[in-house]
Design a protein around this ligand. Sequence first.
Ligand code: WT7
Length: 652
Amino acid sequence: MSNESLANLLKEERRFAPPADLAAAANVTAEAYEQAKADRLGFWAAQARRLSWETEPTETLDWSNPPFAKWFADGRLNVAYNCVDRHVENGLGDRVALHFEGEPGDTRRITYAELQREVSKAANALTELGVQAGDRVAIYLPMIPEAVVSMLACARIGAPHSLVFGGFSADALATRINDADARVVITADGGYRRGKASALKPAVDEALTRPGTENVRSVLVVRRTGQEDVAWTEGRDVWWHELVESQSEQHTPQAFDAEHPLFILYTSGTTGKPKGILHTTGGYLTQVSYTHQAVFDLKPETDVFWCTADVGWVTGHSYIVYGPLSNGATEVLYEGTPDTPHQGRWWEIVQKYGVTVLYTAPTAIRAAMKWGDDIPAKFDLSSLRILGSVGEPINPEAWVWYRKHIGADRTPVVDTWWQTETGGMMISPLPGVTETKPGSAQVPLPGIAATVVDDDANEVPDGAGGYLVLTEPWPSMLRTIWGDDQRYIDTYWSRFENRYFAGDGAKKDDDGDIWLLGRVDDVMLVSGHNISTTEVESALVSHPKVAEAAVVGAADPQTTQAICAFVILRGGVDADDEGLVEELRAHVAKQLGPIAKPKRILPVAELPKTRSGKIMRRLLRDVAENRTLGDVTTLTDSSVMALIQSQLPGTT
Ligand code: WT7
């Protein structure tokens, strides 16, 4: 990536200091950076003591066989005990762990004492089904409390879980069951989505007809909707309310080695077979617990935390289940979509439960921007004190909107960079310490070593761009790709020697702060310049008429690639306005320089997104290059592509 092209792009001058009261009472102060810098391993060893160990570790990191790390290897602990039982033993049994809000409006309030009973019963049930430590359990559930209970029950008996997002197809489920060789599947009759009951069990039945899934002995089925006519395979299928409810509420957790596998989670990536990312026990729990209380300044007695992700993504694993519960937090679990039954649903939930810390994704923030400022304005959001973002680069304009319209221009916004592979947050401001900059994740967290390098692995100077790398192992790092050590080495540790290659483009600004620029595959080459799709998108979104933008490089005979932008206009803007496209092109040229001016700009009604909210630029490239569309099966809504194609000039 050429440095000069990235260096002179987007200039963001806005700065927001931490609120004085928050800074004065913050869990983590600037000292943490110093401590971690002076003794990184000592710092992590100290964080590990946040947990309750059956056998305290004496070793911190074993990096004698890189890139295969062992953290706290001689320690032993039980993850479910740490997330549930110890809080009850500490007298916090009556504290609410989960405020569950179903999409139809049904609610459940689950205290830590109740959670302990539920998890114990589920652990006993899995044991009755023959699940032993080390056996894999696939979990294919909607966002209901049983999803959290199932994960903790697996952790409690040392059975690694593999969650498959409930929106995935039977095929995706079968591939994952096969790869992990799962023995049990936990599912539900269905869940609620967009005001309707949508079935899940049929996809399990179909998946289990595929070759490679024969080792599944049992399917444990939660009754959620009660509306489906559920097909039943005798001897294999069993109802949760029959098996789990009949179990004893007592279960003694057994300690496992710190490196015992905790879960496998598949990342689809853009190409190739899904990678089963393997996370283990002690290091993972240490880092998610530490980062959750540091980055969100969690005060478990008073905060109400809400992470809007699905438990099927790593964000849900780390910041709905393991981080918050290990910290004894009270949190919201919401089943449905943000616009059901109305576009203010999320803000209504914030008001109802007095949410203090909200963690969501840029795609959701941009959707709320598009729906209009007046919607959140109808609700009392004054309980909020910290806002988080994750999943994609957040455009500065969306960041500022989030702070202003959700955070009353008062709350810090923390933009947290990490990946399924990193297990926990890696780069993020600290809300009581960092002066924040819209659009930048800024600095590696205490104990984390990250930088930006050029093609030859040399660290770039401030003001220059390149590739994001992690230069030291970290506790919650993936340990391997399930069943494929070589692919683990090739994918992450071969591009640069001794450095973890994250696959993201990044730049350092003049202060040395890190800006993420999207996946390296998404960087465009225009007349010899590397231009990041993220920056052109942010420039477009900074125009008052644009709500959302997706930019791709389309093959071009003159310039190698030409910038092609798909934009969603804000409410009330006329897409047929003659001068609009020129106005937007000129705006980008002014923001970023003429080289970044899109050759084509196409207003569209929707953008193709994966189910985790990431824009599928690959498909837009197909459109821009007039190709037949590639695989659309991981799209949330495959009709979006037909809609986009029908809106293109020259089509009817
Ligand atoms: C990729 C990882 C981390 C949990 C959710 C996604 C992008 C993530 C940010 C951010 C810019 C970000 C990166 C990364 N990403 N957070 N704050 N700023 N980009 O997990 O599905 O494994 O995706 O998401 O491209 O590599 P994932």
